[in-house]
Design a protein around this ligand. Structure first.
Ligand SMILES: *Cc1c(COP(=O)(O)O)cnc(C)c1O
Length: 439
C-alpha cells in the first residue's frame, strides 16, 4: 500500500541525543532502579523496552499506521486571521490534533499501547482519566484491537463532563468515578474525604491496583512516561515536514508533558536555534513551583519513584476546567531537560486562558480544549510582544485538542462565573512535606 508522504515511519527517542540521561525510576522499598520484572505486571514487554530504549528512531508498526491513517497526518495551519486581529508582525502556526476520533493528541499513544498489549496476549486494560480525553482515546484504541477497557475518571470531571463519559461507553469501556468504592485505594480516600473531587494521582492508584491484581490485565498511562512522549513525536515529525519555515519559538501546554514533547522533540533535533516554552496552569504549577525530587506518580504510593518536578503526590489541585493539566507531577524526561536548560516554563491563569480560547474561536473558528488555551494565551502574549518590538518571530503552538465537550466551561466563562485559583505557598509546602525518602 502506498504510504502518504507526510505520515512518518518512525517515532523519535530524544534520550540518546541528551548530554546526560534522565535519572532512572527507583523501587520505593529498595531505593534501587526498577528493572523490567518490576514493571511486567503493569506493562507489556515491548513498552518496557521502549521506556528504557537507547535507539534514536523506533519504527511504527504497520498495524498502528493503519489506525493512524484514520486521521493522520493532522493539519498544520497558519493563523492568518488571529495574526490580523492581533495586528502582530509575528507569524503564528498551529498543529491541530483535534481531528482525531477522540478529539485530542491522546490516540497517538493509545493506539500503539493497545496494539502492543494485544500482541502480548493481554485481555483488558485499566486506566485513569482526568478530563476524559485520555479515557476516550484508550477506549477508542481498545475497540480497534478487541481489548476490554476499564476507566477511573476523576470525580470533578465525571460530574462536569457527562458526554466524555458517554463517549467512552460508546467505544465500549466501563467508566467509574474516582475515588470509587471498588478499590482499597479509593475506599480509603472516601472514608477520609467523602466529598473528594478526586485527582489524577488517586485515579492512577485505583487503575494500577486493579491491573496489578489480575494476570490478564495491564495498565495504560496517557502521559508522563518516556514511551508516551516517544509515541507523541509523530506530531513533531509531521510538523517538521509541513512547516514552510523553522519556528523561533515552540509553545505547548504541559500536564504530564506529552503533547509539548511530541511537538518539540523533533524540532530540538533539527533546529538548534529554536526556543521552547512550556505553559502550565497557575493552579497546578509543577515546573515553576514544584520541587525536582523523587516522588510517587500516584497518591497511594503504588508506582515506582520518579525523579520529576512535583507538587507532592498528595497534592489535590483546585478543580480548574483544564482537567488534563491537573497532575501533581511531570514527565521525568522533560523534568531532566528543564534542569538542563533546554526550555523555559511559565504559568497562565484560568480566566486569561479562556479569554484566549474565545479569541481563537472567533478568529480561527476552532474551539480549543481548555488545556491548549494555556499555550494559546502564551502565544497571543508573545505575538503582542512582537507587535511592540516589531519582531517578525515565527511561533508554532500545539493545539492538542478541541473543546466540544467543554462548552459548559465556556458557558461559565461567558457568564462571568469562572474562578481563578491562587495557590497559596502553604498548600505547596504542606504537600511537599510528604515527599518520600529515597536512596
Ligand atoms: C491530556 C491532555 C493534556 C495534558 O497532557 P500532556 O501529556 O501534557 O499533553 C493537554 N491537552 C489535552 C487536549 C489533553 O487531552
Amino acid at each position: 500500500m502506498a504510504q502518504e508522504p507526510m505520515l512518518p515511519g518512525h517515532w523519535y527517542n530524544i534520550v540518546p541525543d541528551l548530554t546526560t540521561p534522565p535519572p532512572p525510576p527507583l523501587h520505593p522499598a529498595t531505593g534501587q532502579p526498577v528493572g523490567p520484572d518490576d514493571l511486567a505486571p503493569l506493562f507489556p514487554m515491548e513498552l518496557i523496552g521502549q521506556e528504557v530504549s537507547g535507539e534514536r528512531f523506533i519504527e511504527i508498526p504497520q498495524d498502528v499506521l493503519d489506525v493512524y491513517r484514520l486521521w493522520r497526518p493532522t493539519p498544520l495551519i497558519r493563523a492568518h486571521r488571529l495574526e490580523k486581529a492581533l495586528g502582530t508582525p509575528a507569524r503564528i502556526y498551529y498543529k491541530y490534533e483535534g481531528v482525531s476520533p477522540a478529539g485530542s493528541h491522546k490516540p497517538n499513544t493509545a493506539v500503539p499501547q493497545a496494539y502492543y498489549n494485544k500482541r502480548e496476549g493481554v485481555r483488558r486494560l485499566t486506566t485513569e482519566t482526568g478530563a476524559g480525553q485520555w479515557g476516550s482515546a484508550l477506549a477508542f484504541a481498545c475497540a480497534q484491537f478487541g481489548l476490554e477497557c476499564e476507566i477511573w475518571m476523576v470525580r470533578a470531571s465525571y460530574d462536569q463532563k457527562p458526554y466524555r463519559r458517554s463517549l467512552m461507553r460508546v467505544y465500549g469501556a466501563a467508566v467509574h468515578a474516582s475515588p470509587s468504592p471498588l478499590t482499597s485505594a479509593g475506599s480509603k480516600i472516601l472514608t477520609e474525604h467523602p466529598d473528594s473531587t478526586g485527582s489524577l494521582g488517586i485515579a492512577i492508584s485505583e487503575a494500577v491496583e486493579v491491573a496489578g491484581a489480575a494476570a490478564d490485565t495491564r495498565y495504560a498511562l496517557g502521559s508522563v512516561l518516556n514511551h508516551v512522549l516517544l509515541h507523541q513525536t509523530v506530531i513533531g515529525e509531521e510538523a517538521l515536514k509541513q512547516m514552510p519555515e523553522m519556528p523561533d519559538l515552540v509553545i505547548g501546554c504541559t500536564g504530564g508533558g506529552s503533547n509539548f514533547a511530541g511537538l518539540a522533540f523533533p524540532f530540538m533535533r533539527e533546529s538548534p536555534r529554536t526556543s521552547y516554552r512550556a505553559v502550565e496552569p497557575e493552579a497546578c504549577p509543577s515546573f515553576t513551583r514544584g520541587r525536582y525530587a523523587y516522588d510517587f506518580g500516584d497518591t497511594a504510593g503504588f508506582t515506582p519513584l520518579l525523579k520529576m518536578h512535583t507538587l507532592g503526590h498528595d497534592f489535590v489541585p483546585d478543580p480548574i476546567h483544564a482537567g488534563g493539566l491537573r497532575y501533581h507531577g511531570m514527565s521525568p524526561l522533560l523534568s531532566h531537560m528543564y534542569e538542563l536548560g533546554l526550555f523555559e516554563a511559565v504559568t497562565r491563569s484560568q480566566s486569561e486562558c479562556f479569554e484566549a480560547g474565545v479569541r481563537f474561536a472567533r478568529t480561527e473558528g476552532i474551539v480549543p480544549a481548555p488545556e491548549p488555551t494555556h499555550a494559546l494565551a502564551e502565544t497571543i502574549a508573545e505575538a503582542l510582544r512582537c507587535k511592540e518590538s516589531g519582531e517578525e518571530k515565527v511561533l508554532l503552538t500545539a493545539l492538542c485538542g478541541h473543546g466540544h465537550f467543554d462548552l459548559g466551561a465556556y458557558d461559565r466563562y461567558l457568564a462571568g462565573e469562572l474562578e481563578d485559583y491562587a495557590l497559596p505557598q502553604e498548600r505547596v509546602d504542606q504537600a511537599l512535606a510528604n515527599l518520600p525518602h529515597s536512596g
